[in-house]
Design a protein. Structure first.
Lengths: 347, 430
């Protein structure tokens, strides 16, 4: 019967395909969605110029990437994990437990996080304290700073008389995003520390303090706009009153329709992020499994492409995509780590 | 008699000859119901029209691309190495641009000039030379892809009247482009790369072929598994299985399975096919297996409904002239039920075609630039490609997103028309 032939054919295909796929001849990369746009460009360049297979890159988020990366050694596990923060001790331990003992840490550059609004809207000059007061779920009572109350601020002007009298409406990333982690750490925590009563609280009860700066308000002033930063850009154009939080590369690519706010006296420009004077910036990394370098073809070539000045240099193609290059000395040092494949110290 | 009296009398024993007094009201309700129904259809059609209009308006410009024509001098001095692929093709492009604008000498200005062309231009020249080494030593006029910013400008998606600092193309670049345009060297032409290329991070080079092929491979696996298994399961359950508590349980479970959120199937696929069987991540084989699980319940349910709708007289007649149970089913019932089963299959396949959630778990949401050659190569599918492009920072990907949606819809329509054709061919009227 026809049907049984089909079933047999399907079964046979699967059986035959199994052993043929045991080896892997392409690089498998996982990790941060922030590093994804940069790693993909390098992968494409590498694939085109070398004629080898283009590395496969999954955007799983930093934490999700490490989970896969630390799963073990072997072709079933990824070779490289991108990260928008340094690897945590717990992740390193998970790696070591699964036999991933030698990891090479490569810092590739910096990324700025911007608070932006439509080109037509007035320019914002805020401090991180202002942002904390605008977005935290609980803030100190203005009358009695020792007491925490639900965030009463409705407009920016209520927080700081110099800011426009418009409703607080911020579109930003959800908690699963690395951008959100960095935003909380670089803006909300620092902003909270600027308030005396919270500073005292940090000394007395660090856990309670962490809860205050990590909890973003849920009454509609902060809108979780998903991981899609393009959508935020479009919404900002449609609604000049709203602000958005996203990576610098989206501001860079859309500078004709949105503009970045000045935070603590510095606007988000390439130069300000590169020299570290713009306060909300973070380093980006990728991690290489040393045990895979000799096994999977092409890893060395990919690393060489990535750490070439034509890619990650000041005038490199990654800079065109919005990556902030490291200073020359740091780049040189990193390139050496990569060429020698010096593994990081495992804790 | 007063009105009240008439009503009570009529309620007791309706006079069929005299028109009922609420007849008008009943007709009115009837008419209103029809109007509401018509309104509902009109509204849904309007929404579909709006959707299509929006997508086509956004996406049609992705089918053309701004190209720049340059005089490329394939001088022999560039090809001294053994390996033709290793020659410096970027230098050829740069040289041609410098010849076209000899007045540009400053290093910074040159960088801006070179940025008018896509990084894909050098690879296009390389492919030309590899395909035809006789080009070496000649001078050719070649159309090369322009940078995505130039492309956006040509399509009016970057406003050239904005102040310079708000534009990604500055005034000098604009003047160069105007010169090129006046010489007829800057044109928007049909974008073949969109149909012949894999994914790329440069909007002007990105194509859907990788995703289309990935979709075909994945759906082929899905169809090959879910159709025979689904049909066999439906036939057994409907024609052969005894009616008892076990078959009831199986039936309830199949119906529930059809309503399970698709991401659950992805988790199952991750646990079973990748972690247990060790199949490679991000490949059409795993994607096809997961989507086959997803479509199975739909096909079984539709298959059983189709078998049920075959009149019992057919079965009885076949059994009556001495056919076995198996012969009855295969020779008489199945051919009659097949059109209905095909409808169910096509609904299931259309469902599978649009899925991204389960594929996320098995690593198919990934940047894959190479066009897949077999079911063991990493591949993306069309909905994943749409999602990835929608999330890219470059402006040029906005139109690519809509264009990929158009391709997905075209794919769906082709699949559906094929099913309708097959159904019409197999359909038997009685």
């Amino acid at each position: 019967m026809n049907v049984s032939h089909l079933v047999a054919a399907a079964g046979l295909t699967i059986l035959m395909a199994g052993p043929a796929m045991a080896a892997r001849d392409y690089i498998s990369i996982v990790g941060s969605s922030t590093v994804y746009p940069f790693a993909t460009v390098v992968a494409e360049q590498y694939g085109k110029s070398s004629g080898a297979k283009t590395p496969k890159i999954e955007s799983t988020g930093t934490g999700g990437g490490f989970k896969l990366f630390c799963g073990g050694v072997g072709v079933d596990h990824p070779d490289i994990s991108n990260a928008s923060r340094a690897i945590k001790e717990s992740e390193m331990k998970a790696c070591a437990d699964n036999g991933v003992k030698e990891i090479v840490e490569v810092k590739i550059g910096y990324d700025g996080i911007v608070l932006a609004n439509a080109k037509a809207a007035p320019e914002f000059k805020v401090s991180r304290k202002d942002i904390f007061l605008a977005l935290a779920k609980e803030v100190p009572d203005p009358k009695d700073p020792a007491k925490l109350i639900a965030n009463p601020y409705k407009t920016w002007k209520e927080i700081n008389a110099e800011l426009p009298d418009s409703k607080i409406e911020v579109l930003g990333p959800p908690p699963t995003s690395g951008t959100r982690d960095a935003f909380v750490e670089l803006v909300m925590e620092v902003g909270a520390e600027k308030i005396d009563s919270l500073k005292a609280m940090k000394k007395a009860d660090a856990k309670a303090f962490a809860k205050v700066f990590q909890t973003i308000r849920e009454d509609g002033a902060y809108v979780e706009a998903g991981e899609n930063d393009n959508l935020i850009v479009q919404k900002l154009q449609a609604n000049p009153k709203a602000m958005g939080i996203f990576g610098f590369s989206f501001l860079d690519q859309n500078a004709d329709v949105i503009k970045g706010s000045v935070i603590d006296g510095k606007g988000p420009s390439y130069e300000a992020i590169a020299d570290g004077s713009y306060p909300v910036s973070r380093p980006l990394f990728f991690y290489v499994k040393k045990a895979h370098v000799e096994v999977i073809p092409g890893i060395k070539g990919f690393l060489a492409e990535f750490t070439n000045d034509k890619a990650w240099g000041k005038d490199g193609y990654l800079a065109d995509k919005g990556l902030i290059a490291m200073p020359d000395a740091e780049r040189k040092q990193m390139a050496e780590v990569v060429s020698k494949l010096t593994p990081m110290a495992m804790k | 008699m007063n009105d009240n009296g008439t009503n009570t009398a009529m309620n007791a024993s309706p006079n069929l000859l005299a028109p009922a007094s609420d007849l008008k009201r009943r007709y009115r309700t009837d008419k209103w119901f029809q109007r509401i129904g018509l309104g509902a259809i009109a509204l849904s059609l309007a929404f579909i029209a709006l959707l299509f209009f929006h997508i086509v308006r956004e996406g049609h410009s992705a089918f053309v691309r701004a190209n720049i024509m340059l005089d490329i001098d394939f001088a022999e001095k560039h090809f001294v190495k053994e390996n033709l692929a290793a020659a410096d093709y970027t230098a050829l492009v740069k040289q041609a641009l410098t010849e076209a604008f000899p007045e540009v000498v400053d290093r910074r200005d040159k960088r801006q000039l070179f940025s008018l062309l896509s990084s894909g231009a050098a690879y296009q020249l390389r492919d030309m030379v590899l395909a035809n080494p006789r080009l070496i030593g000649t001078r050719q006029q070649v159309w090369l892809p322009a940078d995505d910013d130039v492309d956006m400008l040509q399509k009016g998606k970057i406003d050239r009247n904005l102040p310079e600092e708000n534009r990604r193309i500055n005034d000098r670049q604009l003047s160069w482009l105007d010169t090129l345009a006046s010489q007829g060297r800057l044109e928007t032409q049909f974008n073949t790369a969109f149909f012949t290329g894999g994914d790329s991070r440069e909007p002007e080079l990105a194509g859907v072929l990788g995703a289309v092929k990935g979709t075909m491979l994945t759906l082929a696996i899905t169809l090959m598994l879910s159709f025979p298994v689904g049909v066999a399961a439906a036939i057994y359950l409907e024609e052969f299985a005894p009616q008892n508590r076990w078959t009831d349980l199986i039936e309830v479970n199949i119906n529930n399975l059809a309503a399970v959120p698709s991401i659950i199937f992805g988790l199952l696929g991750l646990a079973v096919f990748i972690n247990f069987f060790g199949l490679p991540r991000s490949t059409p084989i795993v994607g096809g297996l997961v989507l086959a699980l997803l479509t199975l319940p739909t096909i079984i349910i539709a298959g059983r409904a189709a078998l049920k709708s075959v009149p019992p007289s057919i079965r009885e007649a076949a059994l009556g002239i001495g056919a076995s149970k198996m012969q009855t089913v295969v020779h008489h019932v199945l051919p009659l039920a097949l059109p209905g089963m095909l409808t169910g299959t096509i609904i299931g396949m259309a469902h599978a075609l649009g899925e991204t959630a389960p594929l996320l778990m098995i690593g198919m949401v990934a940047f894959i630039a190479d066009v897949p050659g077999s079911i063991g190569d990493p591949a993306a599918v069309l909905p994943v490609q749409i999602y990835l492009w929608a999330d890219s920072p470059e402006r040029g990907f906005t139109e690519k997103t809509s264009a990929a949606i158009i391709i997905l819809l075209a794919f769906l329509m082709t699949m559906n028309s094929l099913a309708i054709y097959l159904r019409k061919r197999f359909e038997i009227k009685w």
